[in-house]
Write a protein that binds this ligand. Sequence first.
Ligand SMILES: Cc1cc2nc3c(=O)[nH]c(=O)nc-3n(C[C@H](O)[C@H](O)[C@H](O)COP(=O)(O)OP(=O)(O)OC[C@H]3O[C@@H](n4cnc5c(N)ncnc54)[C@H](O)[C@@H]3O)c2cc1C
Length: 461
Amino acid sequence: MGSRRSRTGVTVAGIAALERSVRGTVARDPKSLARVVSDASPLSAPALAVVAPVDAEDVLAIVAWARKARVGLVPRGGGTSLAGGAVPVGPTVVVDLAAWNTVVEVNASEGWARVGPGLVNLDFQRALQPLGMFFPPNPGSWTRSTLGGNLGTNASGPRSFRYGPTRTWIRALEIVLGNGRRVRLGTRALKRSAGPDLLSFVVGSEGTLGIVTEITARLAPLPQVREAFVVPVPPTARLGAVASRLSQAAGTGLSAVEYVDGTCASAMAERRRSLHLTGEALLLLEIEADDARQAARRRARVLEMLSSEGVSSPATEVAPEALWTLRGEAGTLLDATIGPRVREDVAVPLGRLDELVEALRRIASEEGMGYHLYGHLGEGSLHPNFAVDPTGERGNRVRARVVRTALALGGTVSAEHGIGLLKVPFLVEELGPGAVDWLVAVKRWCDPDGILNPGKVYPER
Ligand SMILES: Cc1cc2nc3c(=O)[nH]c(=O)nc-3n(C[C@H](O)[C@H](O)[C@H](O)COP(=O)(O)OP(=O)(O)OC[C@H]3O[C@@H](n4cnc5c(N)ncnc54)[C@H](O)[C@@H]3O)c2cc1C
């Protein structure tokens, strides 16, 4: 038995040694393995096993085992990465953190909570609600994605318009690095100037430096009033001008400025008829206020600003939580409408947004393919969708055209989904060789054996 090797060269005895090293479970049955071959990206590959650690000691043992066995480790939360960040590459064991989902401690008066990395975002929001607090990042995947994954990708959500991405909302974390060292970063203090910010470096590192075992999140007080409403957008409106106008206005309490085109809006209307959405392109907006009168004033002001940009249709009020969950499903609904597609994630400065929108239309027309758009308009962060096989030659060409257009407009190749596997070739185009060499040097120190999330983020150098 000791010498029997799997297809990848890892001995069965090697996996048995992993089983003996941890208190958590190690699964190799077909159902468990099938669950982790892919994430929400179009990519997939098999894993050797799935290990579910129960504490940081287990994670230390897993890392020590992987270094010795020369096996990759893929940290996995909800598996909703759209960039292939949680897909196995090479001989790999998936480290499943989903069951590590407790709220360990909340200090509402100091505005922080200590949580396990597997806690699902919406479960966290619901636990905080009775305490009058919330965690502002609310990605469209909030019903399934975890705090560890949100941290791993520096996720944003509709409310990032007012509150910023996940990076802003992490006070401290504990991590087991790929070199086997256990490190605590950040403090509970409100401010800190103790050297360069390593904590911020870990946020967005997509499981390539270490496995995060505990998160201290920063919390915000729940506003007294939160109102969401939708406004139809005529085809003549300039989306960039609308976004700039809304983002520059002070005192509106606007916490979200989202956009969905007519196809997405129709699919959303069909999915949740009770929300009475129309099938036209829509702005989805949210306002926060201290009381109902202030909310009404703020809403009137926003509608006035929209009117000056040629968006003057009546607004329909909807329940915020239901709206953001439905908006999060926009991509999944398009799966049913247009099938496999390049699903992009770029951002540009607001002043260049209209140029981006125009360029995206041009790319679709020149490539002769269907095209649909939604996104976090108020942040200049768009998700254009092109009806083409996302892993084929044409799909790769369209992806390259989109990300290079965003770069040429002073933007980024990934607004929020991360680099994962899909965007590796473009990282150097955004950062330049000097910064990429710096990143690679840090990666090598944190993970000298290259066991953590192999193939992701860093180009081969
Ligand atoms: C329907 C849908 C809507 C979405 N909407 C949004 C959106 O509005 N905004 C947005 O930003 N993203 C969005 N996403 C993308 C995705 O949900 C986010 O990237 C999310 O943060 C991933 O969380 P997860 O728990 O699923 O992580 P996973 O997919 O499991 O992992 C994501 C990355 O984080 C790493 N990771 C996970 N846990 C840990 C850990 N404990 N330690 C170290 N690394 C870890 C993984 O290795 C991987 O690289 C959406 C995805 C879907 C499918």
